[in-house]
Write a protein that binds this ligand. Structure first.
Ligand SMILES: Cc1cc2nc3c(=O)[nH]c(=O)nc-3n(C[C@H](O)[C@H](O)[C@H](O)COP(=O)(O)OP(=O)(O)OC[C@H]3O[C@@H](n4cnc5c(N)ncnc54)[C@H](O)[C@@H]3O)c2cc1C
Length: 120
C-alpha cells in the first residue's frame, strides 16, 4: 500500500506546502512505478527514499507559533492581526519566503519520459 499527500505526511497548518507535497508525491510515485515496469515492490521503497528528505525539510519549516497564529481569544486575535500588518512591512518576511522556496525546491524529480522508457 502507498500513501500520498496529507494521508502520508500532512505538514503543519503553519507551513503550508501540503498541496505541493501531494502533487510531487503523485508524480514521483507514477515515475517510480513506470521505471519498475509496474513492480510496486521495487517502486515503493524508491518512492519513499526520494520523498522522505523532501517531506522532512518541508515539515520542519515551522515547528512552533501555533498559539500566535491560531489565537483563541478576541484580544489575541486583534493582537495577531496588528502584528501581521506590521510584519508585512519588515524584511523578516522575505527571509521566511526564501526558506520556503528552498524547501519547496529541495527534490530532484525524475524525468517521466525516461521512467516510462520513452526517452526522447
Ligand atoms: C485552510 C487550509 C489552508 C491551506 N493552505 C495551503 C496552502 O496555502 N498551500 C498548500 O500547499 N497547502 C495548503 N493547505 C493544505 C492542502 O490543502 C492539503 O495539504 C492538500 O489538499 C492535501 O491533498 P490530498 O490530496 O492529500 O488530500 P485532500 O485534498 O484532503 O483530498 C482527500 C480527498 O479524499 C476524499 N476522501 C476522504 N475519505 C474518503 C473515502 N473514504 N472515500 C473516498 N474519498 C474520500 C476527501 O473528500 C478529499 O476529496 C491548506 C489546508 C487548509 C485546510
Amino acid at each position: 500500500m502507498a500513501l500520498l499527500g496529507d494521508a502520508a505526511h500532512c505538514p503543519s497548518p503553519l507551513s503550508g506546502q501540503g498541496t505541493s507535497l501531494a502533487l510531487v508525491d503523485a508524480y514521483v510515485l507514477a515515475c517510480e512505478l513506470a521505471a519498475a515496469d509496474g513492480d510496486h515492490r521495487a517502486a515503493l521503497p524508491r518512492y519513499e527514499a526520494r520523498m522522505r528528505p523532501y517531506v522532512a525539510q518541508n515539515q520542519a519549516l515551522v515547528s512552533s507559533g501555533g498559539g500566535f497564529l491560531l489565537p483563541t481569544t478576541r484580544t489575541r486575535l486583534w493582537l495577531r492581526d496588528q502584528m501581521l500588518r506590521l510584519a508585512a512591512r519588515l524584511p523578516v518576511l522575505s527571509r521566511l519566503g526564501s526558506g520556503i522556496q528552498r524547501a519547496a525546491n529541495a527534490v530532484e524529480l525524475p524525468d517521466h519520459r525516461v521512467a516510462a522508457g520513452r526517452a526522447t
